[in-house]
Write a protein that binds this ligand. Structure first.
Ligand code: NAD
Ligand code: UFG
Length: 338
């Protein structure tokens, strides 16, 4: 298939591009580099031996985006491009609504105009907000608790309305749980700007000496060891989930929604122990108060994706930590600028 990948130089997009190229799909990437580096393109070529077509374009620039639809024909689109930092979305809600919603509207308008009708969309487990129980199934109600999560829920609604209005659209909404890990080559991985907000990249930067110690937010939750529980999923498993979703869209299912996780909850302390095992290092940490807005326990029910997509996460938390460590130790300062 010939595919348009928005946000394809970002963390999840780049890993998905590798799997697509290795499966002989052709890829056109659109990314404005607001949260990624151009060097990712060279790394993709090193891993796959192929150089994807790349356009540095902002989805907010409707004219330039249209040109990418004129230049190439697509069998489908995977839409990763968006801003994703929860805290920043609270500080800059208008920037988040503008980028994520307007960017998506421009993309959908172009898809409609040029008759590209298969779309995979990156949603997030954060659309569920504080779940009434766990595991979380796809039919739980949506209660996003921050502007970032709101943009995901709103885009899901736009996609539902589009699918109702035009039956020729096939749309897979994928709700990711906590993507972590890196490609086994160590050539691509997660490279957050500034001090990481998320657990895995924070631990990795402590291990490599960029940060002094980890603060574990909360050790008084009602969990195995008092620390919060999440469903961490290896980014390569997640990437493969996108290929399975594209295959599903070829069966003309209309709009479909899937949780992508492992279905297994891991505590913060369990993750730290696994990382210590992978790196052979000790991760210094202190317990700190709970982080406002955090849910104590969050993990997915993934049987729908297993049944309908024939997809299941295969990699363990030890695999995830080993791969993060390989990436971070080979690239202690992340990607070079060029
Ligand atoms: P990322 O920031 O690494 O990748 C997103 C890419 O989109 C970046 O390369 C960025 O430069 C690009 N981009 C952003 N706005 C753009 C615009 N207007 N025009 C063109 N390019 C633009 O993020 P990621 O972790 O790879 O996440 C990919 C998608 O998955 C996002 O939509 C994110 O919200 C969603 N998601 C991520 C997580 C996670 O924990 N990483 C969890 C759930 C959902
Ligand atoms: N944590 C720490 N110390 C840190 C960072 C995180 O103890 O320095 C804890 C958090 O309090 C939480 C757990 O580690 O209990 C996981 O935190 P992350 O920030 O890694 O992940 P979240 O589940 O909070 O949020 C992530 C993404 C969201 C996405 C959500 C989907 O940041 O964008 O997963 O479930 F919406």
């Amino acid at each position: 298939m010939q595919l348009l990948i928005t946000g394809g130089l970002g963390y999840i997009g780049s890993h998905t591009v590798v799997e697509l190229l290795n499966n002989n799909h052709e890829v056109v990437i659109v990314d404005n580099l607001i949260n990624s580096k151009i060097t990712v393109l060279d790394r993709l070529q090193k891993i796959t031996g192929k150089k994807p077509v790349f356009y540095q374009i902002d989805l907010l620039d409707k004219t330039k985006l249209d040109e990418v639809f004129v230049k190439h024909q697509y069998d489908g689109v995977i839409h990763f491009a968006g801003l994703k930092a929860v805290g920043e979305s609270v500080q800059k809600p208008l920037a988040y609504y503008h980028n994520n919603l307007t960017g998506t509207l421009h993309l959908l308008q172009a898809m409609q105009k040029y008759s590209v009708k298969n779309l995979v969309f990156s949603s997030s487990a954060c659309v569920y907000g504080l779940p009434a129980s766990v595991p979380i199934t796809e039919n739980f109600s949506l209660h996003p608790e921050n502007p970032y999560g709101q943009t995901k829920a709103m885009i899901e609604q736009i996609l539902q309305d589009l699918a109702v209005s035009n039956k020729s659209f096939n749309i897979a909404i994928l709700r990711y749980f906590n993507p972590i890990g890196a490609h086994t080559s160590g050539l691509i991985g997660e490279d957050p700007q500034g001090i990481p907000n998320n657990l895995a990249p924070f631990v990795a930067q402590v291990a490599v000496g960029r940060l002094a110690k980890l603060s574990i937010f909360g050790n008084d939750y009602e969990t195995v060891d008092g620390t919060a529980i999440r469903d961490y999923i290896h980014v390569v498993d997640l990437a493969i989930g996108h290929i399975k979703a594209l295959e599903k869209l070829n069966q003309n299912p209309g709009l479909v929604v899937y949780n992508l996780g492992t279905g297994k909850g891991i505590s913060v302390l369990e993750m730290v122990k696994s990382f210590e095992k992978a790196s052979g290092l000790t991760i210094p940490y202190v317990f700190a108060p709970r982080r406002p807005g955090d849910v104590p326990v969050n993990y997915a029910e993934c049987s729908k994706a297993e049944k309908e997509l024939n997809w299941k996460a295969t990699k363990s938390i030890d695999d995830m930590c080993a791969d993060i460590w390989r990436w971070q130790s080979q690239n202690p300062n992340g990607y070079p600028d060029k």
